[in-house]
Design a protein around this ligand. Sequence first.
Ligand code: FES
Length: 244
Amino acid sequence: MNRREFTRICSSMVAGAIATGSSPVAHAASERAEYPKTQLLGDKNEPLTADSLTTGIPYLFFYPFISTPCFLIDLGTETSTGADDLIDKNGVGYQWQGGVGPNKSVVAYSAICAHKMTHPAREISFINYRHDKTSFYSHEGRNEERTRVISCCSERSVYDPTDGARVLAGPAPQPLAAIELNYDNATGALFATASYGGDMYERFFDKFGFRAAIEHKVNDPRKLVGDTSTIKKVSDYSSQVIKC
Ligand code: FES
């Protein structure tokens, strides 16, 4: 397929999205973008409860669009105080909500790297959560070792999911976009309700929309995920998970 054909198909997909009433994705980078409330389901499509997550295992779900992946992680440590000094690449500040769940340890972030949009795909994932000790070079050139990081092996951006996915290392210009979670104290259920911080959705669709449509077997990768989204372990979604 040549470039002209590729451009034509992508353009018709955008036109189709408008015609079918898909949600527009353009909005100011750090605004809290509210989407329809989506309940997270377990791998048997049962309502997911926060205490059923295995600590330290990264899960994937799609939100707010059917093709945009997010990490769901029980960090195993309380993160109740949200960082209030995060800054997106446009210089706009925002506050992270912190963890939710019975131990305030469950967090969710867009799994699209803020550098060049590396993301988990069925064949391979170069970006993943590392609960074990991981070493990397900080921006100050120090060799650091930390547990609980999200690491993108494409160009080694490292994010801190205990602190709003703040960038610890590498070329990423901003934190991963945060996914706002609501936790139901009575039932333990989890809901995704919004995305905030500097999201990459529009750029993701521009660059990967065509491939995402094929991967998800849909005509419109920009379609909102809807009432429910089923989680999967990253290792069950991607055939190969690269560690670095
Ligand atoms: S795409 Fe993730 S570090 Fe470059």
